[in-house]
Design a protein around this ligand. Structure first.
Ligand SMILES: O=C[C@H](O)COP(=O)(O)O
Length: 256
């Protein structure tokens, strides 16, 4: 990346942000607030990421063809639902106005040796939303083993993922730079255009910058754009706005 001022770096992170509310207590008022917060005087987030039951409401607020895209989650967060159920969730989300589907792979089955379960799930959801951006969540903090993170990345990419995403934000270990490194190398080595979304626990501009630097090293600066790089984060926007407002650059949060 060219040398950016802290404000420029924060505005850049905003453009790559999937502003997330996947809290269990999310309600209609929180969705209205999220849609408003996604649009700032200094630009807008790439997307909002919300529970499926709020997609129709968000589409009603944003209207059609809004620059803030609507992402939702399926097979989330357990990764345990039957393929038919996840396909039905996906179809309903698209009918309600979702632009992007964040799908959790059946990572427990994968860890038990069932690679075919991953391929079957991603292939079926891909077919159910051919026009949507499909982000496939590996839950790397549960997979842990680097060889298996690499293999899960390859399976997701081969089955049609537009992005591979680290985490749900619902387990004890979420995005890590180590997992990001493995996933970005899998993307680099694949023959398809695939994006990367670190998610879970990224709450400061300094945290975000670490991922951007890593991705730049592996993929090149020109690859860093909303069509190939997103942050999944519920609290990063607060720090982005602080930095844009002129506060000192935030520190890397614990865990990095
Ligand atoms: O997909 C995104 C994550 O659920 C957000 O996690 P976070 O609340 O730790 O930022």
């Amino acid at each position: 990346m060219e040398l950016l001022s802290p404000r420029e770096a924060a505005a850049f992170a905003l453009s790559l942000l999937d502003l997330t509310n996947l809290r269990d207590d999310c309600d209609a008022a929180a969705i209205a607030a999220l849609c408003a917060r996604a649009q700032t005087p200094n630009g807008h987030s790439a997307a909002i990421c919300i529970w499926p039951r709020f997609v129709a409401q968000a589409r009603g607020i944003l209207g059609s063809d809004h620059p803030v895209r609507i992402a939702t989650v399926v097979n989330f967060p357990s990764g345990d639902l039957p393929v038919e159920t996840v396909v039905a969730e996906t179809r309903q989300a698209i009918a309600d106005g979702a632009d992007e589907i964040d799908l959790v792979i059946p990572y427990k089955a994968f860890l038990a040796g069932d690679e075919a379960a991953v391929t079957a799930m991603v292939t079926a959801v891909r077919a159910a939303c051919p026009e949507a951006c499909l982000k496939v969540i590996l839950e790397t903090g549960e997979i842990r083993d680097s060889g298996k993170i690499r293999r899960a990345s390859e399976l997701a990419i081969e089955a049609g993922a537009d992005f591979i995403k680290t985490s749900t934000g619902k387990v004890s270990v979420n995005a890590t730079l180590e997992a990001a490194d493995i996933m970005l190398q899998a993307i680099r080595d694949s023959r398809r255009k695939v994006g990367f979304k670190p998610a879970g626990g990224i709450s400061t501009v300094a945290d975000a910058d670490l991922y951007l630097r890593l991705a730049e090293t592996i993929m090149g600066a020109n690859w860093l754009m909303p069509s190939t790089f997103r942050f999944g984060a519920s609290s990063l926007l607060d720090d982005i706005l602080n930095v844009i407002a002129g506060a000192p650059s935030s520190r890397v949060s614990s865990g990095y």
